[in-house]
Design a protein around this ligand. Structure first.
Ligand code: GLA
Length: 383
């Protein structure tokens, strides 16, 4: 990211100098669709994110320019109606959610840009929410803790962007630490940093560059299925607060009360919980074969039970298997976006070449390839 250029664009538009902040996108090694079910996730921040040049302007108006969309938007902090532009709703939502929590934001000017691919399942939207929540907290000395900043981002998605997401993406964007993945328990919000340096392996993302329609309503529908299955189980087992607390035995007790679709969704979530725990043990021993096996298990579950994969992602997963990739799976919410692949270094080049060739033959375009570097979370990067 050319930060000097960002600063120059800011100065040209607003006539003054701004402070620079960034917040990253994320990967997730394993633990998908578990966050809103009270389960574990295992994300890490990446070296791609959103960069914002920002300055308080002493008014109650936000004036924002998105370099990537070449689009400008202004809104008042006391306005009720969200802006037309989808990107501006994230900024609007962050301001409103801060206000609701008693942290009144003040007006600001900003120019921002990103290098985290949009719609690829790398949480560009969480990066956007987090960079503004983080920057406003810092500039206004609000002392909001990072969990609350993450919740501000999450509520922005819920209330202004129509996605009933969990907390993983915002958490990862704010708490990320270079070289470390984080295992977060989404019921207790306890988390642990895990050094992640798989010697002899690479982590690579293959982006199908497709984003299927209705991804947000399908996402919300998955969440409803889980909540429904959980409510039936909880009626018999009051200790079960989230679906991740349930066992397969409990799920089977309510099998006749819920529809097949909800049953399959719940079966996936319960299986995924086990896989995350298995991966944690395996990582401690440096046993990447087991990590990889669990990743394939997740793909299978997301494709056949949770049904959030798609033709392009399944295709890439099959190629990975054929090429001897240690672990591969759809990453993030699904319905398009990326696969995450854990691969031995020696197999990297042939895998990428084969995946590109076969994918292009089948779908008419190359998948995009991103090598992953696990990096720091939200931070100030210049006065
Ligand atoms: C999206 C959501 C997250 C999480 C993942 C699936 O990225 O924003 O909260 O549910 O999907 O694991």
């Amino acid at each position: 990211m050319d930060l000097q250029q960002l600063q120059r664009t800011f100065e040209a538009r607003f006539g003054q100098h701004g402070a620079l902040y960034t917040s990253p996108g994320r990967i997730n090694l394993i633990g998908e669709h578990t966050d809103y079910n009270g389960g574990f996730v295992f994300p890490g921040a990446i070296d791609k994110g959103i960069y914002a040049c920002i300055r308080l302007n002493g008014t109650s108006t936000v004036r924002a320019y998105s370099v990537d969309y070449d689009d400008y938007c202004e809104f008042g902090l006391h306005e009720e109606d969200k802006p037309q532009a989808a990107w501006a709703r994230y900024l609007f939502g962050v301001c409103r959610e801060m206000d609701k929590r008693g942290f009144a934001p003040s007006g600001f000017d900003t120019v921002f840009a990103g290098d985290v691919p949009l719609g690829a399942g790398l949480s560009s939207s969480a990066a956007l929410e987090s960079v503004f929540a983080f920057a406003l907290n810092d500039l206004l000395h609000l002392n909001i803790d990072k969990f609350e900043l993450a919740r501000i981002g999450q509520s922005t998605e819920h209330n202004y962007c129509g996605v009933k997401c969990g907390i993983m993406d915002q958490f990862a964007s704010l708490f990320g630490q270079a070289g470390h993945l984080m295992r977060l328990n989404c019921t207790t919000m306890e988390f642990e940093y895990f050094p992640f340096n798989p010697v002899g392996y690479k982590v690579v993302l293959l982006d199908t560059a497709v984003k299927h329609e209705l991804a947000s309503s399908a996402y919300n529908k998955r969440r409803e299925s889980c909540e429904n299955a959980c409510a039936h189980i909880a009626a018999k087992h009051p200790d079960v607060k989230f679906l991740s607390d349930a066992t397969m035995e409990m799920l089977n007790e309510v099998k006749n009360e819920i529809n097949t679709e909800d049953y399959k969704r719940a079966e996936y979530v319960i299986g995924e919980k086990q896989r995350v725990l298995e991966v944690c043990d395996a990582l401690k021993k440096g046993d990447y074969e087991t990590v990889g096996k669990c990743m394939y298990g997740t793909h299978q579950g997301m494709s056949k039970l949770y049904e959030v994969s798609c033709e392009e992602l399944d295709f890439l997963n099959d190629i990975a298997k054929e090429c001897g990739v240690t672990g591969s799976r759809v990453m993030g919410g699904g319905f398009g976006g990326c696969t995450i692949n854990l691969i031995e270094e020696a197999l990297y080049e042939p895998f990428i070449a084969t995946a590109k060739q076969k994918f292009a033959e089948e779908f008419g375009h190359d998948p995009k390839v991103y090598e992953v570097t696990i990096s720091d979370g939200a931070r100030k990067i210049g006065e």
